[in-house]
Design a protein around this ligand. Structure first.
Ligand code: ARG
Length: 461
């Protein structure tokens, strides 16, 4: 007495081993409400095609509404014997509408077009939520950038001191990738917004149904162009998985900075107690676990993408059961990001940047050497020579254990006669950052400008 949707041509029910392998209710049940919405839309096109009377449609809709209520309240749940969300819900419908009417709903549709539609509908909802949570992280970074004002820190390349920059400039450099991730989710929706419902198993339906009506009712822009493609492709799911992976990577890059900044040696950031953890043995420890979990979970989220891509590779047209494996990776991404993003936002909002420590380190490591070279260029020295002369200053300082601004007038003149005492004007971090005033540069006026742009963009979404 198997409740499977395909019993007719089989002499017996599935083996326990098959049933255990095949089962997906433990992860696809989250699609139940969307499946019922799809069923209601489908019932209406069956009515339009003359395959249900209007009384039957009313009874069907009432049964589906009651089922939806029971799913929501938890009164209706899948049984051990239900293979997937569709099987369980057909059982629930038949319990409410009777076998005669309940058995009519499956006409003209297949689990293949159903599931291909549901995963898109679900991910479209989730993309909005992920976008919203990502904007909260961007907002927290923008808030810190605003509070940092014109404070200066060492900018690094290769993790070595490179040039002084505004703290706000550095923080905003983490905001823009996040805003592009939100853009990617919005762009993705144009491709996710087509409904495979009506594709049937692969070839469409002979029953005169209206895929366009179902699509619009379910909030899609329209039906897919090709029923085989609609049931067999998952590139839209993979693209969603990529955007999640890229987002996780962008968060992880920031997390790595927090971890480094939080070391005793850097001392750039102090995390709030409620967003830090302790050690079970070392009483003094205060660890940046949120940042570390961000870095760790990025690996997991990348794995979800690569696993899905591997599943899709070399699948022949049209539907194959392998495609059931498309769901857990993206569900895992969605669930992981749902806990990660609020924790990161909270960690950022409540962190204290140690601006004095950053300022102290900003001029160190000969970070003003480029300023000497560019000062020489303005005095007419070819950059090639200017680079050499400035390098000679660094070498002289390194040998004597002093900084560039410690060189005397005589020291400078001995290195090169072009180095007049006026070069000292650019040997301050304030002068250095102020001079980098092209669009996107680190000059306070430019950083203030991009802070406003970032703010506007967050508001625009
Ligand atoms: N549960 C399946 C999935 O997630 C849908 C069922 C299609 N099954 C089938 N035998 N055609 O992809």
């Amino acid at each position: 007495d198997s409740a499977a949707l395909w019993g007719g041509r089989f002499a017996g029910g599935p083996s326990r081993a098959l049933a255990a392998l095949s089962k997906s209710t433990h992860f696809d049940w989250r699609l139940a409400a969307l499946d019922i919405a799809g069923s209601k839309a489908h019932a209406r096109v069956l009515r339009k095609a003359g395959l249900l009377t209007s009384d039957e449609l009313d009874a069907m809709e009432a049964a589906l509404d009651s089922l939806a209520g029971d799913v929501e309240s938890g009164a209706f749940v899948p049984l051990e014997s239900d293979e997937d969300v569709h099987t369980a819900l057909e059982r629930g419908l038949i319990e409410r509408a009777g076998a005669e009417l309940g058995g009519k709903l499956r006409a003209g549709r297949s689990r293949n077009d159903q599931i291909a539609t549901l995963i898109r509908a679900y991910l479209r909802e989730q993309a909005k939520e992920i976008g919203h949570l990502t904007l909260n992280v961007a907002d927290a970074l923008i808030g810190q950038a605003d509070r940092a004002g014109t404070a200066i820190m060492p900018g690094r390349t290769h993790l070595q001191h490179a040039q002084p920059i505004l703290v706000a400039h550095q923080l905003l450099a983490h905001v823009w990738p996040l805003l592009r991730d939100v853009d990617r989710l919005l762009d993705w929706d144009a491709r996710a917004g087509r409904s495979p419902y009506g594709s049937g198993a692969l070839a469409g339906s002979s029953l005169g149904l209206d895929p366009e009506a179902v699509a619009l009712e379910l909030g899609f822009d329209g039906p897919v162009e090709n029923s085989i493609d609609g049931t067999a492709s998952r590139d839209v799911v993979a693209e969603f998985a990529f955007v999640c992976a890229m987002l996780a990577i962008d968060l992880s890059r920031f997390a790595e900075e927090v971890i480094i900044w939080n070391t005793k040696e850097f001392g750039f950031i102090t995390l709030a107690d409620e967003f830090s953890t302790g050690s079970s043995i070392m009483p003094q420890k205060k660890n940046p676990d949120i940042a570390e979990l961000t870095r760790g979970k990025a690996g997991r989220i990348i794995g979800d993408l690569t696993g899905l891509l591997a599943t899709l590779k070399a699948l022949p047209l049209a539907y194959n059961r392998d495609l059931q494996e498309d769901k857990e990776p993206v569900f895992d991404q969605v669930d992981t990001l749902a806990v990660l993003l609020p924790a990161i936002a909270g960690m950022i909002e409540t962190a204290t940047l140690n601006l004095a420590r950053m300022a102290e380190l900003a001029p160190q490591g000969f970070s003003l050497a480029t300023d000497i070279a560019e000062w020489l260029v303005k005095a007419g020295v070819p950059f090639r020579n200017a680079h050499e002369i400035s390098g000679a200053c660094v070498r002289a300082c390194e040998q004597r254990g002093i900084e560039l601004w410690d060189l005397s007038d005589d020291d400078l003149a001995a290195i090169d006669p072009a180095l007049t005492p006026q070069v000292r004007d650019v040997l301050s971090v304030e002068g250095s950052v102020a001079s980098r005033d092209g669009v996107g540069g680190t000059a306070p006026s430019r950083v203030a400008e991009q802070l406003e742009q970032a703010r506007d963009k967050v508001v625009e979404y």
